[in-house]
Design a binder for this molecule. Structure first.
Ligand code: GLN
Length: 489
């Protein structure tokens, strides 16, 4: 049993396609493991045992029929902001607590077409706003490496599920860091492709000009496989890009010869404390040892990332979340008139962080302030793209920390700003729409840390290729596994 749960997606697919074992065997093992550990971890808001078994039987029948499926029998955790027909899709919010998806989103459907098995719907910060999963209104998710610490967010349930072997692929969404930061906190790989690469049809929107779906996995190879299954044009999403997806799983490299890696001079890791600083110095040296040439690059706008993001994302969320008003989706609390019904429903349905963002966003979009805030933030955003363009003239990839600290303890970030700071390194790439990932790079304070690598637009294959070389040479992720699992499995 433990063999199946610890297998990578690539290993599972190979075994199922080659008839060494069946998708049902793997699914049964994973479901039993979820039942054994998830009461303590809390990765899933909804377990989909029946659907998983039924899907596994279908996959087995397809394989028997001679089909070769790139994700045959691979257990998948689906973030709970992605629609899957007949399942609850809550966004971690009371307002959608009992809302059932009427259809399946494109990315989820493509994972199913490729042979993936939906194990459950994973917990998340409410409407993907947060960096710890603590903003979920529906449950707590714990970091499998230390149950007193957060798994990161907002895709914290997907990250915890993958780290604790409750799935081999976690589907996440990343608006400002929500795939990369939880991946770093949970010692796994988290990959956000170029904006527009993966269709968001069926993803409940947070900030539409930033949201991007991507995989969380235990290996870079698995991230490449999941990406290939999900990426590509979809007419159902007007922001989806109609452009050839280069094969990434065949571009994985074992060295970094000839690769110029930019180190951003404004990202001063000294500020993060001596231990973290030393870790990243060592990480950059490891890249060099693999043949990379380290070059200094500059992102003069780096310090404006948070300010820019926290205008654009709330502005877009205030507009996107207007649809949750008691009329069509989810919760409704009756009032004396329709206005009161809206007020009561939204007051009871949204949590404090979501309300804060709606207030900031509505203010930033209001007449008289629109130019001063929203338009200015959009202009700043252009500067980010220009900065990166300039930086990529002298390098092929950019390296940095993925998060400002390792996973922290519950309730230790009481003011919103300190929580926002977690995404200091990931937000610039989001503003510029760039592909970026986090790969495990070592340990601080007994907890894992992530190296963020970013590439120019559409250079996913280059990015994953290099991350694979780093992973294979260092194996930081494999040095420890969550202690609680040694007892559980
Ligand atoms: N932590 C950031 C926020 O709260 C990013 C979230 C995300 O990427 N969805 O907005």
């Amino acid at each position: 049993m433990s063999d199946f749960i610890r297998m990578s997606a690539a290993e599972v697919a190979r075994g199922v396609n080659g008839a060494a074992f069946s998708a049902s065997d793997v699914t049964d093992a994973v479901l039993a493991h979820v039942d054994a550990v998830d009461d303590r971890i809390g990765s899933y808001l909804t377990r989909l045992h029946d659907l998983a078994r039924e899907t596994a039987r279908n996959v087995d029948a397809r394989v028997k029929n001679g089909e070769k499926l790139p994700l045959a029998g691979v257990p998948v955790a689906v973030k709970d902001n992605m629609c899957l027909t007949g399942t609850r899709t809550t966004c971690g919010s009371k307002i959608l607590e009992n809302w059932i998806s009427p259809y399946t989103g494109t990315a989820v459907q493509r994972i199913l077409n490729a042979g993936g098995i939906p194990v459950g719907k994973a917990n998340m910060d409410e409407f993907a706003m947060g960096s710890s999963c603590e903003n979920s209104a529906l449950g707590e998710t714990r970091n499998p490496y230390d149950l007193d610490r957060v798994p990161g967010g907002s895709s914290g349930g997907s990250a915890a599920a993958v780290a604790a072997y409750e799935a081999a692929i976690g589907m996440g969404s990343d608006t400002g860091g929500s795939i990369r930061e939880p991946a770093a906190f949970c010692n796994i790989v988290g990959f956000k492709p170029t904006y527009g690469r993966i269709s968001r049809y069926g993803l409940i929107a947070f900030a539409s000009s930033l949201d991007q779906i991507g995989p969380l996995t235990r290996t870079v190879e698995d991230a490449a496989l999941a990406y290939e299954a999900m990426a590509g044009h979809d007419p159902m999403d007007s922001t989806s890009i109609d452009r050839q997806v280069e094969a990434a799983s065949t571009a994985l490299r074992t060295d970094l010869k000839g690769v110029r890696v930019g180190i951003v001079k404004e990202f001063v890791t000294e500020n993060l404390g001596p231990e973290i600083h030393a870790l990243y110095q060592q990480t950059y040296a490891e890249l060099e040892k693999l043949g990379a040439e380290l070059v200094d690059v500059s992102l003069p706008t780096a310090d404006y990332g948070l300010a820019t993001y926290y205008l654009i994302a709330p502005a877009e969320c205030s507009s996107n979340l207007a649809r949750f008003d008691g009329v069509r989706y989810g919760m409704r609390i009756e009032g004396a008139d329709v206005g009161q019904m809206y007020e009561k429903t939204r007051a009871a349905g949204f949590g404090p962080e979501v309300k804060r963002r709606i207030l900031i966003g509505t203010y930033a979009l209001s007449s008289g302030y629109y130019d001063a805030y929203y338009v200015k933030a959009q202009k700043a955003r252009t500067l980010f793209s220009q900065d990166f363009k300039r930086a990529f003239e002298s390098c092929d990839l950019i390296a940095s920390p993925a998060a400002s600290s390792p996973a922290f303890r519950f309730k230790s970030k009481s003011d919103p700003y300190s929580m926002y700071m977690m995404d200091y390194y990931t937000i610039p790439m989001s503003l510029a729409g760039l592909p970026a990932l986090s790969v495990p790079c070592g340990w601080v304070d007994g907890m894992p840390m992530g190296l963020q690598l970013a590439a120019p637009l559409f250079e996913e294959a280059r990015l994953l290729g290099a991350a694979h070389a780093y992973e294979q040479a260092t194996h930081h992720a494999r040095r420890h596994e969550p202690k609680m699992l040694e007892v559980a499995s």
